[in-house]
Design a protein around this ligand. Structure first.
Ligand SMILES: Nc1ncnc2c1ncn2[C@@H]1O[C@H](COP(=O)(O)OP(=O)(O)O)[C@@H](O)[C@H]1O
Ligand SMILES: [Mg+2]
Length: 588
């Protein structure tokens, strides 16, 4: 799929549009680059002067005497100007490009936070991370290096060519014969460079993805002897990266060789002409100096293409992220308080539109303060059902109403502010326990409230033994804590949020029966006066729910109170019987 936004030109423009606001610095860079570029032509000029003096021998005019005296100082001055302008232009351009890059990185990260859950279902996080690190670095490198080379080298070439023209139009003819060939080479290399660079990015993404997967799962790797498998996968990606890098290198080196060869034809032509025409020796000296000085920037210019294309390819990958549709957020409703009345009206949903629906014709009306327990076999759609409430996913048909308004009418923030979620997979951030409880919008919670939540969720219990108490760091993703401890922290988080709608998706699954019983008391208190959806594996914990909703294969098959459902002898009764015979066997 080709899209005009992602042509090299489109990408340059976009990068440029991010940097136009720094135009004063640009002007500084342009001026110092100009001065730097002129210094090469100036050097050729000084060589011509020197040759004139040497050729004149003792019969110097007054002007030549003057030149002779000041020439060494002139050379010195020239190099001082060169040094200073080189510093200024490099620094200035680096300054701009680092700002642009920081801005792009900020935007990409912000976009990541705003992407719908379905996007993350499809993408490996390792790949997304490598965009923030590798791709951004490529753009940075490309922007600061290439613009400098482009600026300075094109100007240097321009000045040198102008000077050559001034010295001898005849000899300069070769410049104009050679130039189109070089332009052709540069063009041809450009497309190849871009192709290779895209591949390199992809392989770096693979390396990060495989690396982060293996590191995250280090225990599984150890116990199931996955080292060889992971090593093999990594080797494949690593080798693929090396191959593409080499292809890029070969293209770049071959391009260089061809450029040098083409230039050599020009030089040979010039030398042949010099021997044929009548020309002053100092002009020849100046011309040849200029010609030699022309080589380096020309070579850099053909090569800079590699870096530019790297930046373009990386820019493309970043802009594609920025152009991803964020979560739909068109509603404006943001009430201060809600009652918590929830209604599902013939809601159907599938994760992938082309696939079988995961939820089918769900109808359920929940009054404020009611506790609804969802039960059913794993994969029956319980988690999916509750994940529609905070709009992690958009349903395909039907409506979900909160306080009699469709969820779409609320702004995402306005909606999610009133919903708390404790799920089976607890995510903690590498911070203190207190900061993990008072996370995000809860950050300005008072110390007393945090302590109260910690006490109610039985966090205080295990924190008491820790030297720093609530200020103990939890480690990367909370690895320094046990699963049950992590879960208690996430329950404390929900307690602190104190929202009118609460979702407990196997919130106590990581706790032992003893701790669960303790926390159940806290949860029961928490569930009072708020609408609660509770999914629990252990049926004993949901017997007191106002209503129990039994799901099977994406459909609601039974609704009722514990006793009613037991008495009716349907799906719930079967589940119940199964579990109690298991538990009976387990504890015997
Ligand atoms: N993020 C997802 N993308 C695609 N399919 C999913 C996703 N999450 C769950 N499913 C599928 O949806 C069905 C219901 O899953 P889920 O709601 O998690 O069940 P439960 O919570 O009842 O165990 C399952 O068949 C599962 O494979
Ligand atoms: Mg589930």
């Amino acid at each position: 799929m080709s899209d005009s936004r992602y042509t090299p030109l489109g990408i340059y423009k976009r990068l440029l549009s991010l940097s136009v606001r720094y135009w004063p610095v640009f002007i500084g860079v342009a001026v110092s680059s100009g001065a730097f570029a002129a210094s090469d032509a100036g050097f050729a000029f000084l060589i011509k002067q020197l040759t004139e003096i040497v050729a004149a021998g003792d019969e110097l005019t007054e002007g030549q005497e003057f030149v002779k005296r000041w020439l060494p100082l002139g050379v010195l001055l020239l190099f001082v100007v060169r040094g200073v302008t080189n510093f200024l232009s490099t620094y200035g351009m680096g300054w701009i490009s680092n700002r642009v890059v920081k801005e792009i990185r900020r935007q990409v990260f912000e976009r990541y936070l705003g992407l719908p859950a379905s996007y993350f279902d499809r993408q490996a996080t390792g790949k997304l991370l490598s965009k923030l690190t590798y791709d951004v670095a490529q753009v940075a490198d490309s922007a600061s290096n290439t613009v400098i080379v482009l600026f300075k080298d094109t100007l240097t070439i321009l000045f040198l060519v102008l000077y050559m023209l001034y010295l001898s139009a005849e000899l300069s003819v070769f410049v104009f014969i050679v130039a189109p060939f070089i332009a052709l080479i540069v063009r041809f290399l450009g497309t190849r460079f871009r192709k290779h660079n895209r591949r390199i990015q992809a392989t770096v993404g693979d390396i990060t993805r495989i690396g982060s997967e293996a590191l995250d799962a280090h225990r599984v790797v150890k116990i199931f002897g996955g080292q060889e498998y992971e090593g093999g996968r990594f080797e494949a990606a690593n080798e693929q990266n090396r191959r593409v890098q080499m292809r890029l290198l070969a293209t770049s080196a071959a391009g260089n060789g061809v450029t040098v060869l083409v230039t050599a034809f020009g030089v040979a032509g010039v030398i042949y002409l010099i021997s044929q025409i009548d020309i002053d020796v100092s002009r020849v000296a100046g011309f040849i100096t200029a010609m030699v000085l022309l080589m380096a920037p020309l070579k850099r210019l053909t090569n800079v293409n590699a870096t530019i294309q790297r930046g373009v390819a990386a820019g493309e990958s970043l802009f594609r992220i920025l152009d991803e549709e964020p979560e739909r957020d068109q509603g404006g409703l943001d009430p201060d308080t809600i009652d918590g009345r929830v209604e599902f009206r013939s809601v159907s949903f599938s994760y992938n539109r082309s696939e079988q629906p995961v939820l089918r014709d769900i109808n359920l009306k929940v009054e404020p303060g009611e506790t609804i327990a969802l039960v059913g076999r794993s994969g029956s759609g319980k988690s999916t059902l509750v994940s529609l409430l905070p709009r992690f996913y958009d349903y395909d048909s039907g409506t979900i109403l909160l306080d009699d308004r469709p969820l779409d009418d609320y702004s995402l923030e306005g909606l999610r502010r009133h919903i708390s979620l404790v799920s089976q997979e607890v995510t903690l951030f590498n911070d203190t326990i207190a900061a993990n409880i008072a996370y995000g919008g809860l950050a300005d919670a008072g110390k007393d409230d945090i302590e109260a939540a910690a006490a109610a969720a039985h966090v205080a219990e295990f924190v008491a033994d820790m030297p720093d108490g609530l200020d103990t760091m939890v480690g990367d993703r909370g690895t320094l804590l046990s699963g049950g401890q992590r879960q208690r922290i996430s329950i404390a988080r929900a307690l602190l949020k104190n929202s009118p709608v609460l979702i407990l998706d196997e919130a106590t699954s990581a706790l032992d029966t003893e701790s669960e019983r303790h926390i159940q008391a806290a949860l029961d208190k928490l569930m009072q006066n708020r609408t609660t959806f509770v999914i629990a594996h252990r049926l004993s914990t949901i017997e007191s729910a106002d209503r129990i909703v039994v799901m099977h294969a994406g459909e609601i098959v039974e609704i009722g109170r514990h006793e009613e459902l037991l008495a009716s002898g349907g799906a719930y009764a079967a589940l119940h019987r199964l579990q109690f015979s298991e538990e009976g066997a387990g504890s015997a």
